[in-house]
Design a binder for this molecule. Structure first.
Ligand SMILES: Cc1cc2nc3c(=O)[nH]c(=O)nc-3n(C[C@H](O)[C@H](O)[C@H](O)COP(=O)(O)OP(=O)(O)OC[C@H]3O[C@@H](n4cnc5c(N)ncnc54)[C@H](O)[C@@H]3O)c2cc1C
Length: 412
C-alpha cells in the first residue's frame, strides 16, 4: 500500500524476487513528499531529528517562527504522547541508539541506486558528494563534535578547515562560508525520475499498479490479513505491506495497531540555471540558515523546513522569499532568477526519528515501512531489502532496531 519511494522500492525488490505484486495507491504514484525532496542520498547524515538540543530549538521556533525544527500544536488523538516520546528521544543515549540504528540501514545495502542502474533503470543520478557548510568557527567545531563516538560516520567525511579547502570543493559558494565537512561518497538521485523508472520496471514486470484507489479497509482471519479493500474492490493477499507514509497511522488504526507516525512538513524550490558551469558542484546543507541545496540536471533544488505536526503541506510566500534569500546568501554569484513555483510535502516522522520497518504487531503476514523522516530516499533500497527478507521468513541481523517492538517495549 502506497506508491511513494518506499512502496515502489519494496514492490520492485519483491517483483525481482519473483513475488506476484499489487501496488495500491490512493493518489497518483510519487505525488507525496517523495516527489520534491532534496534528492540527496547520504551515508553520513544518519542523525535522527530528535537530538540533544532539539527541544530548545523547537521552543524558540514556536515563539519566533524561525528555526531548524518547529512544532505545530493541535489536538489529534495520540499527538501529545507522540511529542512526549519524541522529547524522550532527544536524550543523548536515545540519540546514540537512533544514529547507530540508521547507520545499520546505511550499511545494509552497499550501493542501492548503483544496483538499480545496473539493472537497466534509467533515472537521474550524480556522484557529487555533499558538504555541510559553516560561517563561524564555533558552530563548525560544534558540528564536528556531533560525530564524536560515531567513528564509522566520521571516517566518511573530510574536514575542510578554512575557505580555500571549502572553495576547492565548490567555487560557486559564498566567500563567507569558511568551514565545512565533505562527504565525497554521497550522491544525488532526482526522485521523480527514479519513481518513473521504478514504475516503468514494475509495469514491464507485470506488477498490478492501481492508482487513485485509497485502501479503505481489510479483511482479517485470526492473525492474518487475507484481503485489502479499496472501496468496493477486494484484493486477496498472502502478504501485506503498509507503506503509506504519514497515512500509515490511519491504516494501522484500521487493524487496531497504533503506528507512532506524524508529519514533518518541508518545502523545496527548483531554480533553472542554463549554463552548467555556473551550477553548484556539490549538495550543501548550511548550518546557519538550514537550507539543503542539490545540483540537478536543470540547475538546483533548494529545500528546508521541519514542521512537526503540519497537517497540510504548504510554502507561504514569505517562506518562499526567505528560502530564496538564504539561497542567494550561499551563492551570491550564481544566476538565481529563473525560479519554478514552490513545492511542499509531509515527511513521515516516527516518534524516535528512526524508520519503522517490520511486522505489524499481532499479524504474521502484515508489515509496516514508514517513518523515514528526512531520509526516505536514502533508505528506500535497504528498507525494501528488509521487507523482502521478512516476507521470505528470514529476519535480517540487527533488524530489531527498526521493528515496531521498540515502541511497545517503551510503553510497557
Ligand atoms: C523537503 C523535503 C526534503 C527531503 N529531502 C530528502 C533527501 O534529500 N534525502 C532523503 O533521503 N529523503 C529526503 N526527504 C524525505 C523523503 O522524501 C521521505 O522520507 C519519503 O518521501 C517518504 O516516502 P514514503 O514512500 O514513506 O511516503 P510517501 O511519499 O508519503 O508515499 C506514501 C504514499 O501512500 C499513499 N497513500 C496514503 N494513504 C493511502 C491509502 N489509504 N491507500 C493507498 N495509498 C495511500 C500516498 O498517496 C503516497 O503516495 C525529504 C522530504 C522533504 C519533505
Amino acid at each position: 500500500m502506497g506508491a511513494g519511494v518506499i512502496g515502489l522500492a519494496a514492490a520492485y525488490e519483491l517483483m525481482k524476487a519473483g513475488h506476484d505484486v499489487t501496488v495500491l495507491e490512493a493518489d497518483g504514484y510519487g505525488k507525496g513528499p517523495s516527489h520534491g525532496n532534496a534528492a540527496l542520498v547520504t551515508s553520513v547524515l544518519s542523525f535522527p531529528v530528535p537530538a540533544p538540543g532539539t527541544i530548545p530549538v523547537a521552543a524558540k521556533a514556536v515563539l519566533t517562527g524561525t528555526g531548524a525544527v518547529s512544532v505545530r500544536p493541535h489536538v489529534q488523538p495520540g499527538y501529545l504522547s507522540f511529542l512526549l516520546r519524541m522529547a524522550l528521544a532527544t536524550r543523548k543515549s536515545e540519540f546514540v541508539k537512533g544514529t547507530l540504528a540508521q547507520d545499520i540501514m546505511t550499511r545494509m545495502v552497499s550501493d542501492g541506486y548503483g544496483e538499480y542502474l545496473a539493472d537497466g533503470l534509467k533515472f537521474e543520478m550524480h556522484e557529487q558528494g555533499s558538504l555541510h557548510t559553516f560561517t563561524h568557527r564555533e558552530a563548525f567545531e560544534a558540528g564536528l563534535a556531533v560525530f564524536d563516538g560515531f567513528d564509522r560516520l566520521r571516517d566518511r567525511i573530510r574536514v575542510l578547515d578554512g575557505p580555500e579547502a571549502v572553495h576547492r570543493v565548490d567555487p560557486t559558494l559564498s566567500p563567507d562560508i569558511l568551514y565545512g565537512y565533505y562527504a565525497p561518497d554521497d550522491v544525488q538521485v532526482e526522485p521523480a525520475s527514479l519513481m518513473k523508472a521504478l514504475v516503468g520496471a514494475l509495469v514491464d514486470g507485470g506488477v498490478n499498479l492501481v492508482e487513485h484507489s485509497p485502501v479503505t479497509g481489510f479483511r482479517r482471519s485470526g492473525d492474518r490479513v487475507v484481503s485489502v479493500i479499496c472501496d468496493k474492490t477486494e484484493f486477496p493477499a498472502d502478504h501485506v505491506v503498509l507503506a503509506a507514509g504519514v497515512a500509515t497511522r490511519e491504516l494501522g488504526k484500521k487493524l487496531g495497531v497504533s503506528v507512532p507516525v506524524y508529519s514533518g512538513g518541508g518545502y523545496s524550490v527548483d531554480v533553472n540555471i542554463n549554463r552548467a558551469e555556473l551550477r553548484p558542484r556539490t549538495s550543501i546543507i548550511t548550518d546557519d540558515t538550514h537550507i539543503a541545496v542539490t545540483p540537478l540536471a536543470w540547475g538546483l533544488r533548494v529545500s528546508s523546513g521541519m514542521i512537526i505536526g503540519q497537517t497540510h503541506p504548504k510554502i507561504p510566500q514569505s517562506v518562499f522569499n526567505g528560502l530564496m534569500n538564504d539561497l542567494r546568501q550561499a551563492y551570491p554569484h550564481v544566476p538565481l532568477d529563473d525560479v519554478e513555483p514552490g513545492w511542499a510535502g509531509l515527511r513521515p516522522m516516527s516518534a524516535d526519528g528512526v524508520p519503522i520497518v517490520g511486522h505489524l504487531p499481532g499479524y504474521v503476514n502484515t508489515f509496516v515501512a514508514t517513518g523515514h523522516a528526512m531520509l526516505g530516499l536514502t533508505y528506500a533500497p535497504p528498507t525494501a531489502r528488509v521487507l523482502h527478507a521478512l516476507i521470505d521468513g528470514v529476519a535480517p541481523a540487527d533488524y530489531g532496531a527498526f521493528s515496531m517492538r521498540r515502541f511497545q517495549r517503551a510503553a510497557a
